[in-house]
Design a protein around this ligand. Structure first.
Ligand code: GLC
Length: 668
C-alpha cells in the first residue's frame, strides 16, 4: 500500500506517474522537528536500510550521511556525501516490518542514516516542502504488478517501481560489449580500435565517441577534418554490426554563427541570471549557456537536435556534464581575479595561504554559482539550486522524448551521468568517473542493487576504471563483474594508460570473458526485459530473496542476477579466490573463459572457491536453469534459437525465455 503525504508546497518533479490520494498530516513512521527542519525515525538494531541508488559505500546504507545534490565529482571516496545522482528512495527492513520511503523533492536533501546516532535516521532539507510516499508491503488499495508471493521487501520495491513508471528499454545491441576512451580523435583512431578487436577476435558491439568528435566541443557538430564523411564512416562501421555512440554535453558554446547557440538565444531557451541575461559558464568548449531543460519548449528544441546525428546513422547517445558541471562562471571568475589581486605581495600565512589556494580550486562547481541563475518552471521563475537535482533528468528527458518521435519504431540507446528518479523512464545511467581502483570494483557491485531499486535497470560502471592507470589483473576481475551489468563499457580518461582489451599481453584471457558475456546475452536480455516489463529487479541483494536467512541479510559482495544466478565476483588484489556464502544448495558453474568446465552442486553454507584470473565462477540457484548460446562477434550474430540449458537438476526443466526482435518499441 502506498500512502502519500504533502508537506508544505513541494516543487513538482514529475518523477511519479500514478495518482495517489493525499493523506493529511505527516506519516506516523516519522517525527518532525520543526526548529531543525528534520524528519527522524528510530532504527532498530537489526534494521537494514537499502536504496538511495547511486551513492558511495555498501548495500546496507547504515553508518553514513548521503546528500542528494547532484555533483560533478570524479573522486568517489567513501568519505564523499554526493555523487552525480539524487535517488531519494530507500527501504528500511527489520525483523518486524519493511517500509519504503520516497522523499520526492528536487532540493538538496540529507539522509543521515546512523551517522549522527547509530540508532537514528534523519532526513534534513532547508525547506520542508516535499511529497513524501510511504510504502508498506501489503498490496491493497493501489493497483500493482507486484506478486503476492514476493518477499515483503520485494513487494515494497515493486510498488515503488509501479508508482514511478516503467523503466527504460534499450535495444538489444546495447547489451553487447562497448569500448570507449576519452581521446579518440578521428575516424582513424576509431577504425584502429575496431581493427584491434577484430584482430584479437574479441566481440565488440559499440565504440563510444567522446568530446573530440565535435568541432571544438560544440554539441551537434562534427569535426569534418577528422570525420570527413561521417555518414559513410557510420555505415562502414555498421556494416560490421558495430554501433558508434557519441556523447552530448549540457552546455552550448557561445559563438556567433553557431546555429544551436543562435537558436537558443532567439528562442529564449537558456537559463538566465537575475538581470535577465543568460548565465555565462564554462565547460569543455569554453564559455557556454545552459539550456533551461525544465521548460518543455527547450526540451523539444534541444531534443530535436539529436536528429542531426540520428539521420547520419547514429542510434545511441550518452549525455554528460549535466549536473550541470561548471568549470567556472564568468561572474565567479571575475570576482576571483579581483580577490586574488589583493593577495599579491602579501606574506601569506596559514589562513591567507589556504584562503588563496581555496579561491582557485573553489571556482568549479561552486554553490554560489548554482544560486545565480534561474529556470522557468511550471509558470514560475525558480532559482537553480531549488531544482538542481532535476537538471540532468530533464536534459535526458529532452533526448528521450525526441527519440520517440524521431525513431518511433526502433529503440535507441541513451544513458546519462546525472539523474533523478523519473529519468529512469527515458534512459539508463553510468556511474561516472570512477578510478582503476580495486575498491571501485566493490563499489560497482554495491551500487547495482540501489540503482535497480530506483528503476535504473540499464546501468553499469566504467569497466577497468576511468581515472588512474589500469592493470591487467584489475581489468580481468572487473570484466568478471561487468559481465553481468546491462551496460558493459570499458572507458578511460584522457592521459591514462591504454585500456582496450587487445592491448594487454593476456588479451586471450579477456577474450574468453567477453565471449562468456555473449554466451550469457540471451539470459541477460531475457532477465532484464522481464524485470523492466514487470517493475521487477534485474540485480538484487541476497536478502531480498532469502529474508529469513540471517547470514544472507548481511552479504555485501554477492548479488542475485536475474532469477537463476547468484554471483560472487573476486574484487581483491592478488586474491586467488574468495569465500562465498550459499543461502541454499546451489550449483557452482566454473567457466574458463567462455568454456564451462565444471558443474558441482554445493551444500548451503560457506565455501572457499578458487577463481583464477582467467576464470569466472557463478552459482545456479536450486530449481533454476540458465540458457546459454555460443559466442559470436556481435549481438546481431548471436544464435538466439538454439540455446543450451544448464539445469540445476532434472527438476529444473523450465525457464521462461523472453524473446523479441531486440529493437522494436514496446507499448506500455
Ligand atoms: C566527463 C565524463 C567522462 C568523459 C569526460 C570527457 O568526465 O564523465 O566519461 O570521458 O567528461 O568528455
Amino acid at each position: 500500500m502506498i500512502r502519500k503525504y504533502r508537506i508544505g508546497t513541494p516543487i513538482e518533479t514529475e518523477s511519479v506517474v500514478r495518482e495517489v490520494e493525499i493523506t493529511p498530516g505527516i506519516p506516523a513512521e516519522l517525527a518532525w522537528d520543526e526548529p531543525n527542519k528534520t524528519f527522524s525515525m528510530p532504527l532498530s538494531e537489526d534494521a537494514i536500510v537499502y536504496g538511495l541508488g547511486e551513492t558511495v559505500r555498501g548495500i546496507n546504507k547504515r553508518g553514513w550521511t548521503y546528500i542528494s545534490n547532484c555533483a560533478d565529482d570524479p573522486i568517489h571516496l567513501e568519505s564523499k556525501n554526493s555523487l552525480y545522482a539524487a535517488h531519494n528512495f530507500f527501504a528500511v527492513a527489520d525483523h518486524e516490518s519493511v517500509k519504503g520511503f520516497y522523499v520526492d523533492t528536487p532540493v538538496k536533501t540529507e539522509f543521515d542514516i546512523g551517522y549522527t546516532r547509530m540508532d537514528m535516521l534523519y532526513i534534513r532539507m532547508d525547506e520542508p516542502d516535499v511529497n513524501l510516499y510511504v510504502i508498506d508491503p501489503e498490496i491493497t488499495g493501489t493497483p500493482s504488478k507486484a506478486a503476492e508471493a514476493d518477499t515483503p521487501i520485494r513487494r515494497v520495491v515493486r510498488q515503488f517501481r509501479y508508482l514511478i513508471g516503467r523503466s527504460y528499454l534499450p535495444p538489444r545491441w546495447a547489451f553487447g560489449y562497448g569500448q570507449s576512451r576519452w581521446g579518440y580523435l578521428s575516424e582513424d583512431d576509431i577504425n584502429a580500435v575496431i581493427e584491434g578487436y577484430e584482430k584479437s577476435d574479441i566481440p565488440l558491439d559499440s565504440v563510444y565517441m567522446d568530446i573530440d568528435y565535435m568541432e571544438r566541443y560544440k554539441d551537434f557538430t562534427l569535426n569534418d577534418e577528422t570525420f570527413p564523411d561521417f555518414p559513410a564512416f557510420v555505415k562502414s562501421v555498421r556494416d560490421k554490426n558495430i554501433h558508434l555512440v557519441p556523447i552530448i554535453d549540457a552546455g552550448v558554446k557561445i559563438e556567433d554563427g553557431y546555429d544551436v547557440y543562435e537558436e537558443g538565444i532567439k528562442g529564449d531557451y537558456f537559463c538566465k541570471k537575475e538581470d535577465g541575461n543568460p548565465l555565462v559558464a564554462a565547460v569543455w568548449p569554453g564559455k557556454v549557456h545552459f539550456p533551461d531543460f525544465l521548460k518543455p519548449e527547450t526540451r523539444s528544441w534541444f531534443g530535436a537536435k539529436y536528429d542531426f546525428l540520428i539521420r547520419q546513422g547514429i542510434d545511441g547517445f550518452w549525455n554528460d556534464m549535466n549536473e550541470p558541471a561548471i568549470f567556472y562562471t564568468e561572474d565567479g571568475l571575475k570576482q576571483t581575479f579581483e580577490k586574488i589581486k589583493t593577495y599579491e605581495g602579501r606574506n601569506l600565512d596559514i589562513k591567507s595561504f589556504f584562503a588563496f589556494t581555496g579561491m582557485v580550486s573553489g571556482i568549479s562547481n561552486n554553490p554560489e554559482d548554482y544560486r545565480s541563475f534561474y529556470h522557468a518552471y511550471h509558470g514560475e521563475t525558480i532559482r537553480h539550486d531549488r531544482v538542481h537535482n532535476l537538471y540532468g533528468f530533464n536534459m535526458t528527458r529532452a533526448a528521450g522524448e525526441a527519440m520517440e518521435k524521431i525513431s518511433p519504431e526502433k529503440r535507441l540507446l541513451l544513458f546519462s551521468r546525472s539523474s533523478y528518479i523519473g529519468m529512469h523512464r527515458y534512459s539508463g545511467v553510468w556511474t561516472g568517473d570512477n578510478q582503476s581502483w580495486w575498491s571501485h570494483i566493490l563499489l560497482n557491485i554495491q551500487q547495482m542493487p540501489g540503482l535497480n531499486m530506483c528503476g535504473f535497470l540499464y546501468s553499469g560502471a566504467d569497466t577497468g576504471g576511468f581515472g588512474a592507470n589500469c592493470t591487467e589483473d584489475i581489468l580481468l576481475r572487473w570484466l568478471g563483474v561487468s559481465l553481468y551489468t546491462p551496460l558493459f563499457r570499458n572507458h578511460a580518461a584522457l592521459g591514462t594508460r591504454d585500456q582496450e582489451l587487445y592491448r594487454f599481453p593476456h588479451a586471450d584471457w579477456m577474450r574468453g570473458l567477453i565471449r562468456l558475456r555473449y554466451r550469457l546475452i540471451p539470459y541477460i536480455y531475457s532477465e532484464f526485459m522481464k524485470a523492466a516489463l514487470n517493475d521487477d529487479l534485474y540485480i538484487q541483494p541476497l536478502s531480498f530473496v532469502y529474508p529469513e536467512d540471517e547470514r544472507a541479510l548481511h552479504v555485501e559482495d554477492q548479488l542475485l542476477v536475474g532469477e537463476s544466478l547468484m554471483v560472487a565476483p573476486v574484487y581483491v588484489q592478488n586474491a586467488a579466490g574468495r569465500m562465498v556464502y550459499l543461502p541454499e544448495e546451489m550449483k557452482m558453474l566454473r567457466f574458463k573463459g567462455d568454456v564451462l568446465t565444471e558443474e558441482t552442486i554445493l551444500p548451503a553454507g560457506d565455501h572457499y572457491i578458487p577463481v583464477a584470473l582467467k576464470e569466472v565462477v557463478m552459482f545456479l540457484r536450486k530449481g533454476h536453469a540458465l540458457p546459454l548460446t555460443e559466442a559470436a562477434k556481435t549481438t546481431k550474430e548471436l544464435d538466439y534459437e538454439h540455446l543450451k540449458y544448464v539445469c540445476f537438476d532434472a527438476s529444473a526443466d523450465s525457464y521462461e525465455l523472453y524473446m523479441d526482435d531486440g529493437e522494436s518499441r514496446i507499448p506500455e
